[in-house]
Design a protein around this ligand. Structure first.
Ligand code: PEP
Ligand code: MG
Length: 316
């Protein structure tokens, strides 16, 4: 099994009936990106830019950020897709140099794109730093925690200004990790190039269960049928407008979940570097037709436990 996974890691992932699924990696910096490519990743589906902002007394300069994004871009080369997510601060991700006001419900408060739209000075610095990598990369920019079209339009307008000033462009997408974005995916899809589903947050917000809660986190399962229906809706909305959909939350790295995600029509899986081989290997063992049947079946179930029981034969 181990050797098969290693072989699989360096070949494109194709189902037995010839359907290609892109397998890319979640990374937090240049070293990670080099490890991802060495491990067989076909690109980066999520660069969590928080690594640049964590645990420091001041904001990183444009120059410093640009150097970090350039390092990741160089690890990937010009062809492999690179998706850079703008700062996703707030909620469980505090910033030392920018104390956010205390909130009763930080997960429902100033988080992700809301922080960036409130601090547009910081957003513009980050976007310029990211865009400086455009000539070196197959560059995609992604906004986190988008709940609706207003946030998307405001963020895009700022990006377009910075793009025009620098004379470069990038593809633009959003994380789908808030239920309103999944439900309205058909509307949002008209104004983006791609979606990436953040099942960690989408699960917590769909089930109203804190992803880090000591008693509840275990029940907050991305294979809950309610979450799977959100994913199905998102794929449908995106494909109606010819846009691609990735999954970058933890369930993309869960071998048991992969056949269902393929069956739901997900185009790209962005996984932890250690999971690349196992995810590509399971893709090579199934057919798309079988996955579609499986997806239909589990969408009709009532609990995550039932779904997991049905998927057990695919588990590691
Ligand atoms: C997610 O929410 O699934 C996700 C990928 O983003 P993060 O875990 O960084 O919040
Ligand atoms: Mg998230």
């Amino acid at each position: 099994r181990h050797r098969l996974e290693q072989q699989a890691a360096h070949a494109p992932a194709v189902t037995r009936d010839g359907h290609r699924v892109e397998v890319v990696a979640n990374v937090s910096g240049g070293e990670d990106a080099r490890a991802a490519v060495a491990g067989g990743a076909e690109g980066v589906g999520l660069l969590r830019s928080e690594f640049l902002f964590d645990e420091r007394p001041d904001a990183p300069s444009e120059e410093e950020q640009a150097a970090a994004y350039r390092e990741v871009a160089e690890a990937l080369g010009r062809e492999r897709p690179l998706v850079i997510r703008t700062l996703d601060a707030g909620g469980d991700k505090p910033l030392a140099y920018m104390p956010l006001p205390r909130e009763d419900n930080p997960f429902l408060g100033m988080r992700g794109i809301r922080v960036s739209l409130d601090r547009q000075d910081l957003l513009r610095v980050q976007l310029r730093a990211i865009l400086r990598a455009a000539p070196l990369a197959n560059l995609h920019i992604m906004f986190p925690m988008v709940a609706g079209i207003d946030e998307l339009r405001r963020a895009r307008a700022i990006l377009e200004e910075e793009q025009a000033a620098l004379g470069v462009t990038a593809k633009v997408g959003i994380m789908v990790e808030v239920p309103s974005a999944a439900v309205l995916s058909e509307v949002l899809a008209r104004e983006v190039d791609f979606f990436s589903i953040g099942t960690n947050d989408l699960t917590q917000y769909t089930l109203a269960m804190d992803r880090g809660h000591p008693q509840l986190a275990k029940q907050a399962d991305g294979l809950h049928p309610a979450v799977l229906r959100m994913i199905a809706m998102t794929v449908e909305g995106a494909h109606a407008h010819g846009k691609w959909v990735g999954v970058c939350g933890g369930i993309a790295s869960d071998v048991m979940a992969v056949p269902v995600l393929i069956g739901l029509g997900v185009d790209e899986l962005s996984v932890g570097v250690p999971a690349i081989g196992a995810v590509k290997a399971i893709i090579g063992r199934v057919t798309r037709a079988e996955c579609q049947e499986l997806a239909r079946e589990v969408l009709g179930m009532a609990t995550a436990a039932e779904v997991r029981a049905r998927l057990a034969p695919y588990g590691g």
